[in-house]
Design a protein around this ligand. Structure first.
Ligand SMILES: Cc1cc2nc3c(=O)[nH]c(=O)nc-3n(C[C@H](O)[C@H](O)[C@H](O)COP(=O)(O)O)c2cc1C
Length: 322
């Protein structure tokens, strides 16, 4: 299937792996790129050195194009990280929350495309006016930090606003060929999938998190406002985003006492970091979108290359969309 996105990114299928912080690491990124989609690192949770090591690890597994997502809400390290991803050969810089113009200029000087995640029409317009090359219209159904507007009304509005200037990719609530077909009908030229790839063998998250996704019901993937009390960036930097997660004892406890959560912000944030580092993020956060109910486990067949199952899945999803 050829679209403006497959042409621009030089990929076979209009399916992107979302740059999920803590999830989109080398094995998963390489698997999706090698399968003909576009693998994108979620590097917002990595140190600069770790990001470089991860890009090199993916490049050892595939010579296909790949990208890197960073949250621009962390300005102190943004420029250094962007310089590093350019040096390491990424072809796309995906910007989680807004993109400073000097970063766009730097990327364009090195033929690196800039992708902007947008949950509102006016953010998409601002991104394109600043020089971004691709806009992802991300509906509220998505896992991770999202805005208020759902994918179905958001995508055609963003397409009407900026689709004549840049390719628009749909994200949020899409998990199979039906969703891709719908996104294309709305005027998008591809899809950016997160939750769909969470419960895959290559995703370096705990088995408990994967099982929770397989067991979940859509309505359990809810916005957790308390996270913005504990960790104001990126939720309160003007984009009004709130993280969507399945329930955990931590979220239930602190959602009931948000004032105390704000006051104990430093301790709780440290707790989030340490559970993450211990591979026990499921004790605190089970980030997932509303497709959690619909995801099936992508199991790698033993003895096959690590991307065999993902490749089949990407092709199957695209076949359904046709
Ligand atoms: C676990 C998880 C982590 C995410 N982390 C990021 C991130 O670091 N930066 C970002 O721009 N988007 C992030 N997202 C959002 C994705 O980029 C994407 O928009 C979303 O997953 C698409 O919706 P879906 O989950 O319904 O497929 C994350 C999503 C998930 C599920």
């Amino acid at each position: 299937m050829r679209t403006r996105l497959t042409e621009l990114l030089d990929i076979e299928h209009p399916v992107m792996l979302a740059g999920m912080g803590g999830v989109s690491y080398s094995a998963l990124v390489a698997a999706v790129s090698e399968a003909g989609g576009f693998g994108c690192f979620g590097a917002s949770t990595m140190s600069g050195d770790e990001m470089v090591a991860e890009i090199r690890a993916a490049k050892a597994l595939t010579d296909k194009p790949l990208g890197v997502d960073l949250l621009t809400a962390m300005p102190d390290r943004l420029m250094t990280d962007v310089e590093a991803l350019i040096r390491e050969g990424a072809s796309v810089f995906a910007a989680g929350l807004g993109v400073p113009r000097d970063v766009i200029t730097l990327c364009h000087e090195h033929n690196v495309l800039v992708l902007s995640m947008c949950g509102k029409v006016r953010h998409a317009i601002a991104a394109v006016e600043a020089g971004c090359d691709i806009v992802v219209a991300q509906g509220t159904e998505a896992g991770g930090h999202t805005g208020q507007v759902a994918t179905l009304p958001l995508v055609p509005q963003v397409v009407d606003a900026v689709g004549d200037r840049v390719p628009v990719v749909a994200a949020g609530g899409i998990f199979d060929g039906r969703g891709i077909a719908a996104a294309l009908m709305l005027g998008a030229v591809g899809v950016n999938l997160g939750t769909r790839f969470l419960a895959s063998k290559e995703a370096p998250i705990s088995e408990e998190w994967k099982q929770a996704i397989l067991r979940a019901q859509s309505e359990q993937a809810a916005k957790v406002e308390v996270l913005n009390d504990i960790s104001p960036v990126p939720g309160t930097v003007g984009y009004g985003t709130v993280l969507r997660s399945l329930p955990t004892p931590f979220l239930e406890e602190w959602s009931a006492k948000r004032g105390e959560a704000s006051r104990e912000r430093d301790r709780l944030r440290q707790h989030l970091v340490s559970t993450h580092q211990a591979g026990r993020q499921h004790d605190t956060l089970l980030t997932a979108g509303q497709t959690a109910d619909l995801v099936v486990y992508l199991r790698t067949l033993s003895g096959k290359p690590p991307w065999s199952e993902v490749e089949r899945e990407v092709k199957r999803i695209e076949g359904e969309a046709r």
